[in-house]
Design a protein around this ligand. Sequence first.
Ligand code: CA
Length: 227
Amino acid sequence: MAKPTILIIEDEPAIADAICYALETDGFMTQCLHSGEQAVALLATGNFALAILDIGLPDINGIELCKQLRQSCDVPIIFLTARDAEIDRVVGLEVGADDYVTKPFSPRELTARVKAVLRRSQPRQNDVPGNSAFTIDADRYQAGFCGRPLELSRYEFLLLQVFLRRPGQVFSREQLMELVWDAPEASMDRTVDAHIKNLRAKLRAINSDLDPIVTHRGLGYSLREDE
Ligand code: CA
């Protein structure tokens, strides 16, 4: 599974380090900025799953920065605020932030908030039970793997859809041919094999560590279930 990257914009190095450490311990990747200067450009790259934004930055007020960010991207934002005043909270959420944490906070609490915000902000694709690396939108013929879109041919998409409906189940080539192809072809074993091979190559191009399609010698193929 590709690790989501969190951008931390916080000018106090001790706090920034503590946040990075807590997030990385929990399986995230992090990048830190100590001022707001490059934040808009960095977040526009689309490489970040979420931003943690300190309100008191040396060069720009975090609320102002949030407003600027919201004009060009909809990445989830969690504010860090030093003042517990209600006004900060209200203002913080009105400018389009997703949550806030008041200093001092425990890094563990912040990590929990990050996870909650990420869960809430998932795209409306159906999460696939049994193999969390995949998303599939059957109506649009769109599939995703490790958070990245998959460019699949019609048959590759339909094969993947069959696997995802029953993670762990072994399908023979005959079954796959029947479930996926409109008109069974003469050389069906090799047709299935060829499309499985292409599908695997596309999955490997996104994440070469996972090999979610399992070959069962003499039987067929299945999709690996989450451990
Ligand atoms: Ca600060």
